[in-house]
Structures are given as C-alpha cells and as structure tokens.
Design a protein around this ligand. Structure first.
Ligand code: KG4
Ligand code: ZN
Length: 340
C-alpha cells in the first residue's frame, strides 16, 4: 500500500503544506508566500513572518488535504521542518504538526530543511537515487555534500562567510532591484553582458570552501566608484557580470569536488538552484565531465513542503519518529543521520 506523508514547512517566509505518495509522487502542494509583504522592508522581518504563519497555517493545511483528496486517517506520518530557520517561524509549523499528530494519532517526523531541499531532486527525477554530489545553495547555506544514502551525508565543503543567496540578495538590494534579490538579479541579467565587469575570485587554495565576502565587497566598491565618478551603473550588465562570477565560483568548486571524490552524479538544491546561469553552467559541467545530472524542477527549488514530505518519507520508512516534546532548532546542521 502507498505510504502518504504530509509535509509542513514554515522556516522562513513561506507557509507550505504538501501530501506526497511514497516519497516521490506529489498529490498536492500549496505555498502561501509572504514575499510581497516583506519586500517593503527589504528583507524578511522575523516577527511579521511568525504572525503570518499563524494566520496561514491552518487554512493551508486544510486546503492541501482537500486538494489531495485524502483523509487524516490515510496519512502515515506528519513531517515538519524542525530547523534550521527563524525560530518563531519554525515554531508555528512544529506546533501545528504536533497538534495534528496528537489529535489524529499520526507519527511525527522532524525534518532538516536543508535535507528537504536535497529531496527536491527525488520529486524531479523519479529514478534519482543516492549516491550523488549535491551543491546546496540557499539564502543561508552554500555547501557541497556527498549524499551517500538517503540518511547519510558528508560535507565536502561549505562557506567561510556568506551564503550564495545572501551574496545575490545584498548586491541586488544595492543596485536597486529590491527583495527577493536573487530572482530579480536573474531576470535583470537576461539582457545584460556577463563580461562587462570583472570580479576577483576567492583565494582559498587549501580546501574547496566557498567565500563570497571578497566578491561582495569588490562589487560594493565598484558601485561606489562608478557612482562617485558621476556615472550610472548599468544595472543589467552589472547583474549579469556579478551573477556570472558567483556562479563560476560555485561551478569551479563543484567541478573540483567531482574530481576529488570521483563521483559522477551531480545535482543542485536550495533556492539559488533556480538561477538560470547556475543551471546552464552545471549542465555544461555535467556534459564536459560526463556526469549524470538532476536539476530540481523550478517549483521545488525554493521553499516548499513537498520536499519536506519527501525527505520525511525516507526518514519514516527507516524508522525515524519524533516525540511530541520535539522543539524547533534554528541552527540545526546538516550531517549525520537526518540532521539529528
Ligand atoms: O531555499 P530558499 O527558498 O530559502 C532558504 O532556505 O534560504 O532560498 C532563498 C534564496 C534567496 O537568497 C533567493 O534570493 C535565492 O534563494 N534565489 C535565487 C533565485 N531564486 C531564489 N537566487 C538566484 N537566482 C534565482 N533565480
Ligand atoms: Zn530553503
């Protein structure tokens, strides 16, 4: 019989719920985004995010159940993001999940949000299975993981300072593109020249670690210099050049990780995996290095609950259960078994 998992996600500014069959088939997936609300402040305001989750969580869960056309009695596990993320935001999803589990007597599975992003690949390619290398790039994370099994991940490298998403969001804000910066920078780049401006590459040579603070500072200095000389920064050219430079750093490290590990299967995860330049570069890398490739479907790149229900499914069938005293863990790290 099919195993149905209900996923709940509320780690940042999306209230999301999904019902997934056997970890792979999406029966229903809903996202209530707060992005428009936060955009007027230039970024996510944690207290507003928590309050909006409180308003949205019950209607989003009810509507998802309706769309999936299933009863709570049919749900085998409730899988909820337990971290990392904004603590007040996480607590709304965690509390809703616990209430559901208590009332309906359903097992609870806490899911690491970043492991969830990796599971977006299982929803995108039905035959995609570990082992593989995954470049995980989001608003708060940049790392390359060797995913040995659904529950067993080894970190090959991570960032020494900012995440790739942060590096995009910050520069997008400075050049006036607003929030959320990554997608807007991506759009502006479409009509820009990626060779118009040049940026320095990070100088880390003793590991594959990323560093984006240098390129971010170089970009800020460049913008100031151009503006001080009385000229305007060409927004589209600047966006295209900066995006190209950041994506080149990401791909360079992924290529080195392929060489270092000998792993010929690569994929992307996290919000930045929606970036068109990054997707094109990784496709090129896969071709050059004869690697199998999975690019997550656009709908599952940024935060959603389908990926949480998918990751939760693999934890559930391997016996993972959480108690009703489970908390939210804002700094939860990835690694080990299910990020526990
Ligand atoms: O995974 P995600 O939705 O939330 C976190 O877990 O952080 O990632 C959000 C990040 C933001 O920094 C956003 O600007 C970036 O992903 N992002 C993009 C694109 N779409 C989202 N960055 C570059 N290009 C995109 N198309
Ligand atoms: Zn995320």
């Amino acid at each position: 019989m099919a195993v149905l998992t209900l996923g709940i996600e509320s780690s940042c500014d999306e209230t999301a719920c999904a019902v997934i069959e056997d970890g792979r088939i999406v029966r229903a997936s809903m996202i209530a985004s707060q992005a428009d609300l936060h955009s007027q402040y230039g970024g996510v305001v944690p207290e507003i995010a928590s309050r909006m989750h409180v308003e949205a969580i019950v209607p989003v869960i009810s509507e998802t159940m309706k769309q999936a056309d299933v009863r709570y009695e049919d749900i085998n596990a409730v899988c909820v993001t337990k971290g990392p993320g904004l603590v007040g935001a996480l607590l709304v999803g965690v509390s809703a999940a616990k209430a559901l589990c208590e009332v309906k007597k359903i097992p609870l599975v806490g899911v690491n949000h970043m492991a969830g992003h990796i599971a977006a690949n299982y929803l995108s390619d039905p035959s995609w299975e570990p082992p593989f290398l995954c470049l995980v790039v989001s608003g708060g994370h940049s790392e390359i993981l060797l995913v040995k099994d659904y529950s067993d991940m080894e970190c090959i490298c991570s960032t020494r300072d900012d995440a790739a998403g942060e590096a995009f969001d910050k520069i997008a804000r400075v050049i006036g593109l607003g929030y959320p910066g990554g997608p807007k920078l991506d759009k502006a780049s479409k009509t820009g020249d990626p060779h118009a401006y040049t940026f320095p590459s990070p100088k880390i040579t003793d590991s594959l670690d990323f560093s984006f603070s240098g390129i971010k500072t170089a970009a800020l200095n460049m913008i100031n210099q151009v503006r001080m000389s009385g000229e305007d920064v060409n927004i589209n050219d600047f966006a295209a050049s900066y995006q190209d430079a950041v994506c080149s750093i990401l791909c360079d490290r992924l290529e080195k990780a392929v060489k270092q590990t000998g792993m010929k299967k690569i994929c992307l995860a996290g919000g930045v995996s929606a970036n068109s330049c990054l997707r094109a570069k990784v496709e090129d890398l896969a071709q050059r290095k004869h690697c199998a490739l999975c690019l997550p479907k656009m709908a599952y790149c940024t935060d959603n609950a389908a990926m949480i229900a998918s990751e939760g499914y693999y934890a559930f069938i391997s016996g993972v259960r959480d108690n009703l005293d489970m908390n939210a863990y804002p700094s939860l790290e990835l690694g080990g078994v299910y990020g526990n």
